[in-house]
Ligand binder design. Structure first.
Ligand SMILES: [Mn+2]
Length: 337
């Protein structure tokens, strides 16, 4: 842990609070939901009143986590909270889309009713927007930091807490396949074993099991797979029609880009999907190649080898072509370096 003092300070603030609102990010993933729900269980064990908020619904594959059914939208907040805690949110704009008036109003309304803003996160790009924050870019997942927080608060892990933390750590490391899988992350997983949680069953839910609608969507995406001329960059596209016709949900597309990345010889991959907000791009690369700069060029961001952005005002194919071309240029530049 790189910032033990900062985490201790967060623990002190939480100990002093009674009513706590926890915010996870939009398009929630395993780490933000795992972190938020684990925090809820940890603080509830200390007799606190905790509510978890997210702009979006908890994805289907995380719905088995304890408390997933109690996650509410921000406009459902009532009364005053001593503390607003953001987890896994690299910027405040990860909590809501501030460009949409209703969402801004929902966040501002909640913020006004909360005394202080705390945050716990592991994105190195996080500028530190809380009244008190702890940011550890070396943590594989925010859930690793939540585990440390639990220790500072003197709470013992339960089976349910272990499931939440395992979910965050395993999903943010790509099921322990990515470079960010480190000793701390594995030590937390080892320590959680004593709760007796069913790691195999949870792992199957998170990484193996797929809804039939998702398999249909994967099939559609694979049908669009194309390569650059060196066959080391791939691109796939999905239209709004693909989602409607297969009955797939937006979250069903979340890991499809990996099919393009995991082909032998491929270094970079793109999935471009049409959404009502614009064309959402998921970019991935295989070490040592990096794609985050391409995402940043389009106003997005993320991690060196896993990033995203949304391209607005251009049709799907044209947007995909533009980002695909930039990936090919980035590949050439990185090959030269
Ligand atoms: Mn995370």
């Amino acid at each position: 842990m790189r910032n033990p003092e900062a985490l201790r300070e967060i623990a002190d603030h939480l100990r002093a609070a009674q009513r706590i609102a926890v915010c996870a990010h939009l398009n929630p993933d395993g780490d933000c939901i795992g972190s938020a729900l684990a925090v809820r269980l940890i603080l509830t064990a200390l007799g606190k009143e905790v509510e978890v908020f997210d702009r979006d619904k908890v994805p289907d594959n995380l719905s088995m986590l304890a408390g997933a059914d109690a996650v509410r939208t921000l406009d459902q907040a009532t009364g005053r909270y001593d503390t607003l805690l953001c987890v896994d949110c690299a910027e405040l704009s990860r909590v809501v889309n501030f460009g949409i008036p209703e969402q801004k109003a929902a966040f501002d309304g909640l913020r006004e009713r909360c005394g202080e803003l705390l945050q716990i996160d592991h994105h190195p790009s996080n500028p530190g927007y809380g009244d008190c924050h702890v940011i550890d870019g070396n943590a594989a997942a925010t859930c690793v930091m939540i585990y440390d927080l639990m220790g500072l608060l003197g709470v013992k892990a339960t089976r349910e807490i272990a499931e939440c933390l395992y979910t965050g750590i395993s999903t943010d490391t790509g099921n322990f396949l990515q470079d960010n899988t480190n000793e701390d992350a594995l030590a937390v997983i080892a320590a959680l074993q004593e709760t007796g949680f069913d790691q195999a069953a949870l792992g199957r839910k998170l990484f193996a099991e797929r809804r039939p609608e998702q398999v249909a969507l994967i099939s559609r995406a694979l049908n669009t797979l194309r390569y650059d001329e060196t066959r080391s960059v791939t691109c796939m596209t999905l239209t709004l029609g693909d989602f409607e016709e297969t009955g797939a949900l937006p979250e069903d597309a979340d890991t499809i880009v990996n099919f393009g990345r995991d082909i032998r010889g491929v270094h970079m991959a793109l999935l471009a999907r049409e959404t009502v907000e614009g064309v959402k791009m998921s970019l991935r690369s295989v070490s040592p190649y990096e794609i985050v700069e391409v995402a940043r060029k389009y106003g997005g961001g993320g991690h060196e080898m896993a990033a995203g952005c949304t391209v607005k005002g251009i049709p799907l194919e044209a947007a995909a072509d533009a980002v695909f071309a930039d990936l090919c240029i980035a590949l050439q530049e990185q090959d030269k370096a």
